[in-house]
Unconditional design. Sequence first.
Length: 199
Amino acid sequence: MLDLKDKLVLALGERDGIPAPALRACIESAGGRGRSTRSRSASSEPRPVPWILEEQGSIQRLVEGGDRERMVVLLGTPTAGSTVMVALTLTEGDPSYAGLLAGVPLGLPVYHVLEESVKQAIPSEVYEREIGPMEFVLDAPAIVSASRGRARPVAGPDRPPPAAARGRKVRRSRRGPTSGWPPTYPCRWAQAAGRASGR
């Protein structure tokens, strides 16, 4: 069972999945402190750029300004592909090299709220109220499988960060996160999303 007590939990909700307010309610009921970087979770406006590109600066500032050892990321992503994308970004760094976290392996522990270890940490009545309806709508087995496969920290005392974080020059896109999508260079996001969806 995941222990959220006294943890600083970054709640990354999705409008089409589990929204951030529901994640924060679950986190607080389990004794954790929920933080969210997204102010547009209720927006219905279509966006041409994946939200994780827009939020990388906020996430980086939050991590650098807090107690990293107490930080956990809780996702509410709606698909296996989006789960892989976000998990890669917050563990190994932005795989598209289009955002501020390109070559920055935060190594944060990332979980999805549909995982059994997370569910056990939250009071059952709160979980059923906040998450229960969407648990039957989303493809929970695929999302959980993607989370378990990609969402664990890759850097630590026994596992050094990738070469990009050890001084290797990182190639960044000249495009900003809002100047166009998709990027013209090979994108591991698309590859990872395809593997997660079985394509």
